[in-house]
Ligand binder design. Structure first.
Ligand code: KIV
Length: 266
């Protein structure tokens, strides 16, 4: 499997080839996904929702992110491995942001970090990039700002929000990010951002014109069904397969049909 790097991702924008990315939180899934030749794996702080059962991503810690990154790293065949910086691991000061990004790379084995926000975190992005750590930005519906937004709502709909998103995207590009994730914004806005930037945009609920797409893997395989946003396409119904298998196992054990002779040692 060809190793994907930051250069691979930048080249794809130049060649107008779509970039593929999925979230991933453990070794088994990393093997399953990366051997299909995906470009990027994201250890998203969405693991707070889909793996740890929190209501949102806010309680996720830097140690949670490092733990899951290590697991993904062991199963990754060659995708570029990106890990989210969790809430309050970069906002309060630049030194703290660089230190935590460094831990994600050094202890977790990620190759880049993703960080939510616009002009307000420009200096953090610059400092992390100066520390030789590649950065992916994240704009639009940034889940760590859930309390500010008052819920999971589409962003960038007013003229003011539209203009702010464009200037945030330029600021994050100028600060040195090599890609930007755009979440839950109108398609025309994502198209405009994609056209004004030299670095690739990776959309989630941002329409068809981004340079690449990302989804939460548990959503797209139908594993996590507490809530499914409109922008998700379910490519499988894994939760149903698991429920059926577990039900059959319970019945067979109760009825003495499992284990059979072939499942026993002589
Ligand atoms: O945490 C995450 O999974 C993300 C994606 C939604 C892009 O940031």
């Amino acid at each position: 499997m060809n190793k994907k790097t930051v250069t691979t991702i930048l080249d794809k924008k130049c060649k107008s080839e779509k970039i593929t990315m999925l979230t991933c939180y453990d070794y088994v899934m990393a093997k399953l996904i990366s051997y299909q030749d995906i470009d990027m794996l994201l250890v998203g702080d969405s693991l707070g929702n889909v793996k740890l059962g929190y209501e949102n991503t806010l309680p996720v810690t830097i140690d949670d992110m490092i733990y899951h990154t290590k697991s993904v790293k062991r199963g990754n065949a060659g995708a570029l491995l990106v890990t989210d910086m969790p809430f309050m691991s970069y906002e309060s000061n630049i030194e703290e942001a660089v230190k935590n990004a460094g831990r994600i790379i050094k202890e977790g084995g990620a190759e880049a970090v993703k960080i939510e926000g616009g002009v307000e975190i420009e200096e953090q992005v610059k400092a992390i990039v100066n520390a030789k750590i590649p950065v992916v930005g994240h704009l639009g519906l940034t889940p760590q700002a859930i309390n500010k937004f008052g819920g999971f709502k589409v962003q960038g709909r007013t003229q003011e929000a539209h203009d702010k998103l464009i200037s945030d995207a330029k600021a994050i590009e100028n600060a040195g990010a090599f890609a930007i994730t755009l979440e839950a914004i109108p398609e025309h806005l994502a198209k405009e951002v994609t056209e004004v930037l030299n670095i690739p945009t990776i959309g989630i609920g941002a329409g068809r014109y981004c340079d690449g797409q990302v989804l939460v893997v548990d959503d797209m395989i139908g594993m996590f069904d507490d809530f499914t946003p409109k922008f998700v396409k379910k490519y499988a119904n894994v939760s149903q397969i698991i429920k059926t298998a577990v039900k059959e196992y319970i019945e067979e054990v109760r009825e003495g049909k499992f284990p059979k002779e072939e499942n026993t040692y002589k």
